[in-house]
Design a protein around this ligand. Structure first.
Ligand SMILES: NC(=O)c1ccc[n+]([C@@H]2O[C@H](COP(=O)([O-])OP(=O)(O)OC[C@H]3O[C@@H](n4cnc5c(N)ncnc54)[C@H](OP(=O)(O)O)[C@@H]3O)[C@@H](O)[C@H]2O)c1
Length: 279
């Protein structure tokens, strides 16, 4: 299942996350297994330090480059030269001459820095070195600031999103702008197996003879969200893959939306350590 980005690029709505998958054998075997069993979208980042093994697995899989969608992300840098150097390193490690989706990993607290970074991203897009560009961890106000100077609208915003943080208002804002929303941390660092989340999700999982992770994947996809669960465990890589084929009813989607508690289990972008605050 593909999602059409606002520049017409088709992006697989389901993929594999690779945060905390160590470079070397672990990332190599994980990505190779996922590609073999049908994944066609891999999410990595310079900060994950595993682009080298992702690239090796992609290369050795024998799957044509244009059949796999690769996302990577870059933190903000102070100079264009450093931005370019980091991007070139990503291409070399991934063993490719383009990236499908390139994201600003975290907003800086200084909007000018985000705007300068975005201008660099736009230049990569214009040179066709990236098929789509976007942001990650951007709140509405970060995007509003970015759009003050952007020539090209971001195509994607990747944010923490799961049953405890359903991001309904941010999604509505992004829908209006035709910016796709992508979920990270879908399993709430294990929180979905406990408390109200377990109790809300389990009856739906039982109905479909599915697991809670599979129901979360189906819920996100039904909402039009891009889902990239991470696993290094072959049986879970397969289980998650199968989750994309479950069709929930609109009522079940609403029941899961009702589990929202505004609960973050990752860093709050407004209080992150990335960049000094301006008072
Ligand atoms: N943009 C950002 O700032 C940002 C931040 C965080 C994450 N991300 C991206 O989003 C991806 C997903 O988020 P995440 O890795 O933080 O968390 P996640 O996908 O919510 O959860 C991964 C954890 O859940 C376990 N798991 C996976 N499938 C399971 C299943 N079917 N049953 C039980 N447990 C299962 C994994 O264990 P095993 O691996 O041991 O199987 C791992 O411990 C990342 O990998 C990364 O690509 C982006």
């Amino acid at each position: 299942m593909n999602i059409k980005l606002n520049n017409g690029v088709m992006m697989p709505q389901f993929g594999l996350g690779t945060f905390l998958v160590p470079d070397g054998q672990s990332a190599y075997e994980t990505v190779k297994y996922a590609l073999k069993m049908g994944y066609r979208h891999i999410d990595t980042a310079q900060m994950y330090q595993n682009e080298e093994s992702v690239g090796d697995a992609l290369h050795d899989s024998g799957i044509p480059r244009n059949e796999v969608f690769i996302t990577t992300k870059q933190r903000v840098h102070s100079t264009v030269a450093n931005m370019q150097k980091a991007f070139d390193e990503s291409l070399a490690k991934l063993k490719t001459d383009y990236v499908d989706l390139f994201l600003i990993h975290w907003p800086n607290h200084d909007k000018k820095i985000n705007q300068q970074t975005w201008a660099f991203f736009e230049s990569l897009y214009e040179k066709k070195l990236v098929r789509a560009i976007g942001v990650s961890n951007f709140q509405k106000h970060h995007l509003n600031d970015l759009l003050e100077t952007a020539k090209i609208k971001p195509m994607v915003n990747q944010v923490e999103l799961h049953p405890g943080l359903t991001q309904v208002p941010l999604k509505a804002y992004l829908d209006d702008l035709n910016i796709a929303i992508e979920s990270y941390g879908p399993f709430m660092k294990g929180g979905v197996f406990d408390g109200i989340w377990h109790d809300g999700l389990k009856p739906i999982a039982d109905k479909y003879q599915a697991s809670i992770p599979q129901i979360i994947i189906a819920w996100g996809l039904a909402r039009g969200i891009i889902m990239i669960p991470k696993s290094v465990t072959p049986s879970r890589i397969e289980e998650n893959f199968k989750g994309q084929f479950i069709q929930l009813t609109p009522e079940e989607v609403e029941i899961i939306n009702g589990l929202n508690r505004g609960k973050r289990v990752y860093t709050d972008p407004d209080n992150s350590p990335w960049g000094p605050y301006k008072e």
